[in-house]
Design a protein around this ligand. Structure first.
Ligand code: PLP
Length: 350
C-alpha cells in the first residue's frame, strides 16, 4: 500500500460524527475565466470546490473538522461545548450549529476587533446566527483575554459537575486536519471525474488546519509517485498574530504527518505561501479584496467573504494576472465559506 492509500484508509476509518452531506459541490468558474480573458489575460480553467455549502448553520470549512473534533469531545463525555473567537468568527457559528444539531449546549466567548468592524458588528452577521442557534454568548471586552474567560467558565462548570469541552481555535488539531484531508481526496476525485488533475489548488490560511491537511495530501500524493500539485496558500491573519503563517502551517502539517505515522517529514516543497493579501490586517478590508468579491459575485453568482475567501481570491487573481498559469491548466479554488461576516462590513460594499 502506498502512502496515499494508507492515508485514505486512515481518513476513511477515523471516527467522526457525520455532520454533513458529502461530497460538497464542485463546479467550473467559466464566467470568472471569461471576465479575465476580457482583460486580455491568459487564464487557466478555473474551478471551485464549495466547502461553503456544508449543510449546518451558514456552511463553511469547519464542519468537516468538527466531525472529528466533536467525536473526540463526545467520547470524552462532553456535555457542554466552549469556544472563543471574534464576534464575526465563522468557526464559532459552525460550532454553535453543530452543537445545536447534536443537542449539546454551547457557550461562546466573543470579542469585537479593536477598532470594531462597524457600529453594529455585535448584532449582525455571525453573532446573530449564534444567538438564533441558541448558543449562550459571553461578550468579552476587546483587550481582555477571551481564552482566560473561557477557561475560568470551564472550571466553574466542572465545579457544577458538568463536563465542558473546549474546542481548539479553528478546530485546527491533528484530528481536525483529517477532515481537511477528506476534503482534499474528495476534490481529487471530482477533478478526475471532470477529466483533469489540478495544476494548482488555492486555499485560505487562517488558523491553518485546512492548508496543513491539504499540504499533507499533496506531499503524500507526490511521494506515492502521483502528480506534484502546488498549493497556493494566502494568509489572512497577518503579522499581528503571534505565530506567523508559515510556522502555523508547518507545525500543523508535521503534527498531522506524525499523527498519520508517515515516514520522514511533510516539508514545504509544494507550499506556495503568500502573505501579501492580508491588507491592513486581520478582518480589515481593502480595495483589492472588495474588487475580488465583486468580480466573483458578478461573473459567477457566488458570494465570497471579506475576511478570508475574498482575500484569498484577491491573491489568486493577482497570481493569474502575473501569468503564472497557462490557458490549458486547471486551477481549483477552495471556497471555505464566511458569507455572514459581509453583513458586518456592509458600508465597505455599499
Ligand atoms: C471562511 C473561512 N475560510 C478559511 C478559513 C481558514 O481556515 P483554517 O483556520 O483552517 O486555516 C476560515 C477560518 O476561520 C474561515 O472562516
Amino acid at each position: 500500500m502506498n502512502l496515499t492509500e494508507h492515508i485514505r484508509q486512515v481518513v476513511e476509518e477515523a471516527p467522526r460524527i457525520p455532520l454533513g452531506s458529502w461530497p460538497t459541490p464542485f463546479m467550473p468558474m467559466d464566467g470568472l475565466r471569461s471576465s479575465l480573458v476580457r482583460e486580455q489575460i491568459a487564464c487557466p480553467r478555473l474551478w471551485v470546490k464549495r466547502e461553503d455549502l456544508t449543510p449546518l448553520g451558514a456552511g463553511g470549512n469547519k464542519i468537516r473538522k468538527l466531525e472529528h473534533v466533536l467525536y473526540k469531545a463526545r467520547a470524552e463525555g462532553a456535555d457542554v461545548l466552549l469556544n472563543t473567537g471574534e464576534v464575526q468568527s465563522n468557526q464559532v457559528v459552525q460550532t454553535a450549529a453543530a452543537a445545536a444539531h447534536l443537542g449539546i449546549p454551547c457557550e461562546l466567548f466573543l470579542g469585537r476587533t479593536d477598532p470594531p468592524l462597524s457600529e453594529d458588528d455585535q448584532e449582525t452577521g455571525n453573532i446573530l446566527l449564534c444567538r438564533i442557534l441558541g448558543a449562550r454568548i459571553h461578550l468579552v471586552p476587546p483587550r481582555e483575554d477571551r481564552g482566560a474567560a473561557m477557561r475560568a467558565r470551564a472550571e466553574e462548570l466542572k465545579a457544577e459537575g458538568k463536563k465542558p469541552y473546549i474546542i481548539p481555535r479553528g478546530s485546527s488539531t491533528a484530528e481536525g486536519a483529517l477532515g481537511s484531508l477528506r476534503c482534499f481526496f474528495e476534490l481529487l476525485e471530482q477533478a478526475d471525474a471532470n477529466g483533469f488533475v489540478p495544476d494548482g489548488i488555492a486555499v485560505t490560511v487562517g488558523s491553518s488546519g485546512t492548508t496543513a491537511g491539504f499540504l499533507v495530501g499533496v506531499h503524500a500524493l507526490a511521494l506515492s509517485g502521483g502528480p506534484e500539485i502546488p498549493l497556493y496558500a494566502f494568509d489572512t491573519f497577518g503579522t499581528d498574530y503571534p505565530v506567523q503563517a508559515y510556522d502555523r502551517i508547518m507545525e500543523h502539517a508535521e503534527e498531522c504527518w506524525s499523527f498519520l505515522s508517515l515516514p520522514g517529514t511533510c516539508g514545504d516543497r509544494l507550499l506556495r505561501l503568500s502573505c501579501d493579501f492580508v491588507g491592513p490586517g486581520y478582518s480589515r478590508p481593502y480595495p483589492g479584496m472588495i474588487e475580488a468579491v465583486r468580480q466573483v459575485a458578478r461573473s459567477e453568482g457566488i458570494i465570497l467573504d471579506p475576511n478570508y475567501t475574498g482575500k484569498c481570491m484577491a491573491g489568486l487573481l493577482d497570481t493569474i494576472r502575473k501569468g503564472t498559469f497557462g490557458p490549458s491548466q486547471n486551477i481549483v479554488y477552495l471556497h471555505t465559506g464566511g458569507l455572514p461576516a459581509l453583513f458586518a462590513m456592509r458600508r465597505h460594499f455599499a
